[in-house]
Design a protein. Structure first.
Ligand SMILES: Nc1ncnc2c1ncn2[C@@H]1O[C@H](COP(=O)(O)OP(=O)(O)O)[C@@H](O)[C@H]1O
Ligand SMILES: [Mg+2]
Length: 228
């Protein structure tokens, strides 16, 4: 399988007054297409920072980040937007759906941002993929938590990403719903999509192909589950 993401000695330091917060303190790993990888660690360990760097929403302080073989570390904003749009779909913890719009309208939003034409067949295919067929015209605020998550996943898939990034995707979902979302991730990965999930839910992490344990901005070999 092809390497989609490679991270070398990646660092993100924040300045807080006179104190330097080492949110990421030199990490290395790679993700290949078709892999479902989770990153777990206690609150403040650097999960969101890592997700934001890989999503090209933020830039590293040092180290290298390769996306599809391109070293994006020195990329300017315009290039970052392009690489993000062409490679990455993301699902945020709070979904960021527009409640007053319908399922279909929410899913089609990325097309507007990317100035792409609407494609009814494409929208219907994506909706069927995530299990939202026939829910086109339902307002998002009427949906269950699980279906809202499906809308967020569908929206992330509209630009045909090779990598799906999810920061705490099942945070407020019940176990059963969470497992059905994981099943969907598994199906997507079989089609070659790489999925990278940040979570503090070790149960969920154990169902992914590989776990990266973060602590104080570093990757550690393995930890006791009681830490979370
Ligand atoms: N914008 C920021 N400015 C200063 N410190 C930050 C910022 N974002 C995150 N941090 C700090 O970086 C560390 C890692 O945070 P974060 O990546 O959000 O961890 P997690 O998602 O694992 O809870 C924490 O100590 C946090 O306070
Ligand atoms: Mg976080």
């Amino acid at each position: 399988m092809r390497t989609l993401i490679e991270v070398q000695n990646l660092k993100k330091h924040y300045q807080r007054g006179t104190e330097t917060v080492k949110a990421l303190d030199g990490i290395d790993f790679a993700i290949k297409s078709g892999e479902v990888v989770s990153v777990v660690g206690p609150s403040g360990s650097g999960k969101t920072t890592l997700m934001n760097l890989i999503s090209c929403l933020d830039v590293a302080s040092a180290g290298n980040l390769f996306i599809n073989g391109q070293n994006v570390t020195k990329f300017k904003e315009k290039q970052l937007i392009k690489i993000r749009r062409e490679n990455i779909g993301f699902i945020f913890q709070k979904f960021y759906l527009i409640p007053s719009l319908t399922v279909k309208e929410n899913i089609e939003l990325p097309l507007i941002f990317a100035k792409k034409d609407f494609d009814e067949k494409k929208t219907q295919t994506v909706m069927a993929t995530v299990g939202l067929q026939q829910k086109d015209d339902i307002r998002v605020n009427m949906l269950s938590g699980g279906d809202k998550q499906r809308v967020a996943i569908a929206r992330a898939l509209m630009n045909d990403p090779q990598l799906l990034i999810a920061d705490e995707p099942t945070g407020k979902l019940e176990t059963q719903v969470r497992d059905s979302i994981l099943l969907l991730f598994e199906e997507l990965s079989r089609k070659g999509l790489a999925i990278f999930i940040a979570t503090h839910d070790l149960d969920l992490a154990e169902k992914t192909h590989r776990i990266i344990h973060l602590q104080d901005g570093r990757i550690i070999p393995k930890v006791e589950s009681s830490l979370y």
